[in-house]
Write a protein that binds this ligand. Structure first.
Ligand code: ADP
Ligand code: MG
Length: 233
C-alpha cells in the first residue's frame, strides 16, 4: 500500500549567518493508519519538519510524497489544494472563534468551499460526535474546558476526512486531565483508522503513540533506546 508520508533525503537550510541546517537528510515513512510521534527538544527542527509535512514550507532538497504524490515539484496553488484536501492541522493554541458555537467553529473550516450549508452543519455535528462532544454543539468556547476546546479543533481538522492528522504540541496548553482526554481521543481515532502524526517535546505524550521517532539537531532517528520495538521504516 502507498504510504501516507514518504520523505527521502530532505534538507532544509535557513539563510542566516552562519546558515542553519534545520533538517539533515531526513527520511521518514508513515503508513496509513499509523500513529506516530516525533519528539525532540526546543530548536531541534520540529516546527520545520511540521511545516514541511504540512506543505507550508518547501524543502531545499529531497522528495516528499504525500499519498504517493510528489509534492516538491508542485506549484503553490496545487500544494494549497493538496493541503486543504488531505491534511488536518491541530495546533497548541486551539484557534477557535470566541463568539461562535462549537458546531459553527467546526463547520467554518469549509466556509469557502462549495456545498450546501445544511449538509455542512450536519457533518460538523457528526464530527463533534466523533470526538465525544455531541452534547456540546451549541456551546461557545468560553463555556468549554481546555480539553473540550482542543477536541472541537480536532473535529474541525477531521471535517474534510483528511489522509493525515498533523498535530503540533496538541497538549501544550492543557493540564494533565485534559491532556489525558485528548490522548484518549487520539487512541480512538487511531482505532478508526486515522493516520496521526503528533509532534511534541513531551516524552509522556510521545510514549502514547505506536511508533516514536526522535529529532535532534535536525537529524531524525528512531527512539528504540527508550521505546521497545521501534523502527524507522
Ligand atoms: P523546534 O520547533 O524543534 O524548536 P525549529 O524547527 O523551530 O525547532 O528550528 C530549528 C532550527 O532552525 C533552530 O536552530 C532555529 O533557530 C532555526 N530556524 C528556524 N526557523 C528559522 C528561520 N526562519 N530562519 C533562520 N533560522 C531558523
Ligand atoms: Mg517549534
Amino acid at each position: 500500500m502507498t504510504p501516507v508520508i514518504e520523505l527521502t533525503e530532505i534538507e532544509r537550510t535557513f539563510d542566516a549567518d552562519p546558515p542553519v541546517r534545520a533538517l539533515k537528510n531526513v527520511r521518514l515513512r508513515v503508513e496509513k493508519g499509523e500513529y506516530l510521534s516525533i519528539v525532540g527538544p526546543s530548536g531541534s527542527g520540529k516546527s520545520t519538519l511540521l511545516t514541511t509535512l504540512g506543505l507550508l514550507d518547501r524543502p531545499d532538497k529531497g522528495s516528499y510524497r504525500l499519498d504517493g504524490i510528489e509534492t516538491t515539484e508542485l506549484d503553490d496553488a496545487r500544494r494549497t489544494a493538496l493541503r486543504g484536501n488531505r491534511i488536518g492541522f491541530v495546533f497548541q493554541a486551539f484557534h477557535l472563534l470566541a463568539h461562535r458555537s462549537a458546531v459553527d467553529n467546526v463547520g467554518l473550516a469549509e466556509l469557502y468551499q462549495k456545498g450546501e450549508r445544511r449538509s455542512r452543519t450536519q457533518r460538523a455535528e457528526a464530527a463533534l460526535q466523533r470526538v465525544g462532544l455531541g452534547h456540546r454543539t451549541l456551546f461557545r468556547p468560553d463555556r468549554l474546558s481546555g480539553g473540550e476546546r482542543q477536541r472541537v479543533a480536532i473535529a474541525r481538522a477531521l471535517l474534510g476526512e483528511p489522509s493525515l492528522l498533523l498535530c503540533d504540541e496538541p497538549t501544550g496548553n492543557l493540564d494533565k486531565a485534559n491532556t489525558n482526554a485528548v490522548l484518549d481521543l487520539f487512541d480512538e481515532l487511531r482505532a478508526q483508522g486515522v493516520t496521526l502524526v503528533v509532534i511534541t517535546h513531551d516524552e509522556e505524550v510521545s510514549m502514547r503513540a505506536d511508533r516514536r521517532v526522535r529529532i535532534d539537531d535536525g537529524v531524525l532517528s528512531d527512539g528504540s533506546t527508550s521505546f521497545q520495538g521501534s523502527v524507522l521504516r
